[in-house]
Design a protein around this ligand. Structure first.
Ligand code: GCB
Length: 603
């Protein structure tokens, strides 16, 4: 049995204490810690707090403050009332809700433990990497606290080189998915709050000084120049050069590393074949530093706006999209490559060239697959509805999630839009919050477009967007629910949309619920016919919106949401999917498919 003693290594001020993110983890030297992990359900956080609610690992005066311990000043004895190794197991990666019936609606703390051996050679370093944990993770290895991470959908890593032993390491993670007002997202969403270690856990082995991160994309507005940077972790100056090779383009670039361990580069090449949804060309890129060579498959394309048009590789493009939540066939958080393939294959079948990955960063394998099969991507952070816009901590948290998303996916050419928020209510605090995120995103990546899903205003049959943050966005995107949350479907063609922004417009959502297999008249809600008619009418209206440059209706597949409780119809699912959660197509699927067929022919 592992007893867990933890020291307070650092006093952490609040959140986000993981270390600098290592990117392109799928192509590194890794050992998977996926599989069966022991778990302990701990709703009262007995493993974290004393009986007087002192957090064990926040005790400055008590050097070896015990974790999972009965500590209070009179009683410094370890807790004996637990045993990880005799506790049940569950599969990691995986949410606990869909794996364990008694945890279906559970929101709180679960402790996880994995034991492993590792033979780390003298000249190597080791990191533990988590693809995502929802929501708050506190990580301990061999009783030593590595740090905390907040945010349920982005990766983080900790170095463990000095802690790892050859035998019997035990990695313990406290996972807490409690919804909190000041968190991102806040307490109120329209999706299921799956808790757990929902993405891969990997050990990443690296040399002492290694390639941590890089940015290799076409320079903004320049189809013949690949530019970016390579960043060396712990640059030891024993070698001063990085090489970037793209064999197919005969590129062999050598760049000198600066004192900060960074090489900034520009490489001109006139032979680049551009990535597009029709020809998703990826090049093998090899980045080398000393003995290390890191491989990636990277596509090159430009994405810009020109007044009211979205322009891909110099040509206007119409975004034939669909919104997607990250859920699998079993009604749990999707995490595998097979899950990604299932979802994106349907999007392709629909005739899409674009997907909106709502409402949080999806698994990296989703974006990599989009690169490979040719789908443009909108990625977003969960600044959804009413996060606490007045709180500087909430802002820091949102910005941290933005940084982690962009850091992870900035080399995926499929991603053309970073979205800052969804349906947030206008106020000075909110405007500042989102404008600041927008500015931050541009400092991290000036090659992509920035947007946010906005709300609309209506006066009679006149609809429009009037939102101060739109001025600073590249694309004016909005959600509209004609025929579901108001309005009359028969008015669809009479509605006059105006736009005061000379920018492309994207309808980031529209839709309505239907229970697959339920049939009736076009005016009977929840029938496939109602949803079909809703699509027919909304599409007629959308075609006439000035500057319309794309759409991503809501949504590809029915998804779980505790807000959706209508018995016999919803039963805990948002039914706006074009497919049911078990994968059956509804009539509206074919309406959108036909619309996209026509669009493809026109363009
Ligand atoms: C919206 C939200 C989305 C919801 C959807 C609905 O506007 O952006 O998260 O799920 O409406 O079904 O109401």
């Amino acid at each position: 049995m592992n007893k867990i003693i933890c020291y307070l290594v650092l006093i952490f001020p609040f959140f986000g204490f993981s270390q600098e993110l290592i990117t392109n983890v799928p192509n590194r030297n890794t050992t998977s810690l996926n599989g069966k992990w022991n778990y302990i359900i701990d709703p009262y956080e007995t493993g974290y707090y004393s009986f007087h609610l002192d957090a064990f690992d926040q005790q400055k005066d008590f050097q070896k403050s015990a974790f999972f311990n009965n500590y209070h000043p009179q009683n410094k004895q370890e807790l004996v009332e637990y045993d990880f190794d005799k506790s049940p197991t569950m599969t990691i990666p995986g949410d606990w809700n869909s794996q364990k019936e008694n945890l279906f609606y559970y929101e709180g703390t679960v402790w996880f433990k994995k034991s492993f051996d590792y033979d780390l050679k003298e000249n190597k370093r080791l990191f533990v990497y988590f693809g995502a944990i929802n929501y708050k993770a506190e990580v301990y290895l061999n009783g030593i606290k590595l740090g905390i991470h907040e945010g349920g959908f982005t990766p983080f890593n900790f170095e463990i080189s000095s802690i790892i032993k050859e035998k019997d390491n035990f990695l313990v993670v406290k996972v807490d998915n409690t919804r909190r007002k000041e968190a991102v997202p806040t307490i109120n969403t329209d999706w299921f709050n799956y808790g757990g270690i929902t993405r891969d856990v990997l050990l990443v082995e690296e040399p002492k000084s290694f390639i941590q991160d890089y940015f290799v994309q076409l320079k903004k507005g320049d189809k013949n120049t690949i530019s970016g940077f390579v960043k060396i972790n712990n640059f030891d100056k024993t070698s001063e050069f990085v090489t970037i090779k793209i064999p197919e383009l005969k590129i062999n670039y050598k760049g000198k590393i600066n004192a900060e361990g960074i090489v900034s580069f520009e490489i001109t090449n006139k032979k680049i074949e551009y990535w597009s949804p029709e020809t998703p060309k990826l090049y093998e890129v090899l980045i080398s530093f000393k003995d290390q060579t890191l491989k990636d498959n990277i596509g090159f394309r430009t994405i810009e706006t020109n007044d009211s048009k979205i322009v891909l590789n110099g040509k206007p493009v119409f975004l034939r999209g669909i919104s997607i939540h990250e859920e699998n066939a079993k009604g749990g958080r999707a995490n595998s490559e097979a899950d990604a393939l299932r979802l994106l294959t349907w999007a392709k079948e629909l005739g899409c060239n674009y997907v909106r990955l709502a409402h949080y960063p999806h698994n990296e394998n989703m974006v990599r697959l989009a690169d490979k099969i040719g789908l443009m991507v909108w990625e977003e952070i969960p600044v959804y509805w009413t996060v606490d816009f007045t709180s500087p901590e909430t802002y820091k948290n949102a910005e941290n999630q933005l940084i982690e998303m962009i850091t992870r996916d900035k080399n995926r050419c499929a991603t053309i839009i970073w979205s800052m928020a969804n349906e947030t209510p206008i106020s000075d605090a909110r405007n500042t919050f989102i404008n600041n995120l927008n500015a931050k995103a541009r400092t991290l990546d000036d090659t992509r477009l920035i947007s946010a899903a906005l709300l609309t205003k209506s006066e009679g049959l006149h609809s429009y967007v009037d939102d101060p943050i739109a001025e600073k966005l590249d694309i004016v995107a909005f959600n509209e629910y004609l025929g579901w949350y108001g309005g009359n479907l028969d008015d669809a063609e009479k509605i006059k949309w105006t736009s005061k922004y000379n920018k492309p417009v994207v309808v980031s959502e529209f839709g309505g619920g239907a229970k697959q297999g339920l049939h009736g008249e076009i005016n009977e809600r929840w029938t496939e016919e109602y949803q079909e008619y809703l699509y027919i009418q909304n599409l007629k209206m959308i075609e006439k919106i000035p500057n319309i440059s794309g759409l991503s209706p809501w949504i590809l597949v029915d998804f779980r949401s505790p807000r959706r409780m209508l018995p016999g119809i919803q039963d805990g699912y948002n039914r706006k999917g074009l497919l049911s959660n078990d994968g059956n197509k509804k009539k509206a699927f074919f309406v959108l498919q036909e619309f996209y067929n026509q669009k493809t022919k026109q363009n």
